[in-house]
Ligand binder design. Structure first.
Ligand SMILES: Nc1ncnc2c1ncn2[C@@H]1O[C@H](COP(=O)(O)OP(=O)(O)OP(=O)(O)O)[C@@H](O)[C@H]1O
Length: 362
């Protein structure tokens, strides 16, 4: 396995008669050998373009890509030793699973093809790893989405790549398959220790699989950190809003200068840091960090309560505040519409952002 580094990587798509699209605007990333990095962002943020440039399927407008310290930018895809498992599987329908896997091996070894025995041994070995042994003679059409996904993964792995690229590996799976395949993927990646980039728009996928996450928007990395760092200390409003389910409450307010944010004439929350008086800010409080208490706290009216099994979700109205507040409630809490409650938040868990730039002020 090798380290992977992206240096100031850029991509501008130019097509005649159309404005140029700056899809990737100077990305810097360093992956340790064996690390799994999640590249997370909304549709159109440049994730796939980044992956395709690393794989050699897309030209680079600027910057460099280094595998094990050596630039691969000038090399064609087949000479990069990078394994790619794409969203749409790209399996060959007339071939059996075993043949699809062997094909992956041969495609790279053109000229220096391994012996038949060696190919068969590698196919058997990788099939065992990803639990495909019983399906080696099946055709792709007869497989479930999760099984097809495992074949695509096995085909990328059989090349013993220096770097593994996974593009939305779980997006075609139903909820139950996604859970099991995600666990399998984590186990396999952990066992084999490939340096891996996983592209996804699904925060759960990124949070559960990745050692570190790079959150991307408009071709720029907004924040790079461990899942906990991203979740606990979002660098800006975009990251705070993109990561977390239900989404963080983001409420515009004015700093009072004495460690509070005023959200309306009667509603204010304590801030984790001192902010200059009259500065326009946005406070962020995660639904799970709000406490419904009988004692102190801000008066609120319940506008809806969804009691789920392990927890509930309360939607609350604060006096004079336009946006509703969403709070997670414990399994024992029963609320009715229009009930009056008090809601509070630990200032240590409250986030504060500049209203204009969106940057965190913590
Ligand atoms: N071949 C192309 N020609 C022109 N523009 C492109 C091309 N491919 C992608 N783009 C544009 O580049 C930007 C980034 O696209 P990209 O597919 O990398 O984003 P993404 O984050 O992977 O989104 P998705 O998850 O929807 O694939 C988008 O604005 C997209 O429209």
């Amino acid at each position: 396995m090798a380290e992977l580094a992206l240096r100031e990587l850029r991509k501008t798509y130019r097509s005649r008669g159309r404005p140029a699209v700056d899809a990737v605007r100077g990305i810097d990333l360093e992956l340790r050998s064996g690390e799994l990095l999640g590249l997370l962002g909304p549709s159109g943020c440049g994730k796939s373009t980044t992956l395709r440039m690393i794989a050699g399927l897309e030209t680079v407008t600027g910057g460099d890509i280094l595998v094990g310290g050596a630039s691969v930018v000038g090399r064609p895809a087949q000479a990069r030793n990078i394994g790619v498992a794409f969203e749409n599987y790209a399996l060959y329908p007339p071939l059996s699973v075993a043949e699809n896997l062997a094909f992956g091996l041969k495609a790279r070894r053109r000229g220096a093809r391994g012996s038949r025995g060696e190919v068969a041994r590698k196919v058997a070995e990788i099939a065992e790893r990803v639990a495909l042994t019983d399906l080696l003679q099946a055709r792709p059409a007869g497989l479930s989405s999760g099984q097809k996904q495992r074949v695509a993964l096995a085909r990328a792995l059989i090349r013993e790549p220096d770097v593994l690229l996974l593009d939305e590996p779980l997006s075609h799976l139903d909820a139950a398959q996604r859970d099991t395949t995600r666990r399998e993927l984590k186990r396999i990646q952990g066992d084999l220790g490939h340096t891996t980039i996983l592209v996804t728009h699904d925060q759960e996928e990124a949070l559960s699989l990745a050692d570190r996450i790079a959150v991307m928007k408009d071709g720029v990395i907004q924040q790079l950190g461990t899942p906990y760092e991203i979740y606990d200390s979002p660098a800006n409003v975009f990251v705070a809003d993109f990561v977390g389910e239900p989404a963080i409450n983001l409420l515009p307010g004015i700093s009072t200068g004495d460690g509070h944010a005023r959200l309306s004439r009667t509603v204010s929350f304590a801030l984790p840091v001192k902010v200059a008086q009259d500065r326009e800010i946005v406070i962020g409080i995660r639904p799970e960090d709000l406490e419904l208490s009988g004692g102190d706290g801000v008066p609120a009216r319940v506008s809806a309560h969804e009691p789920l099994l392990e927890s509930g979700i309360a939607t609350l109205a604060l006096e004079g505040v336009v946006r509703p507040l969403v709070a997670l409630t414990g399994p024992e809490v029963r609320l009715v519409r229009d009930e009056r409650v008090r809601v509070g938040a630990d200032p240590g868990l409250t986030h504060v952002f500049d209203a204009e730039t969106g940057d965190s002020l913590r």
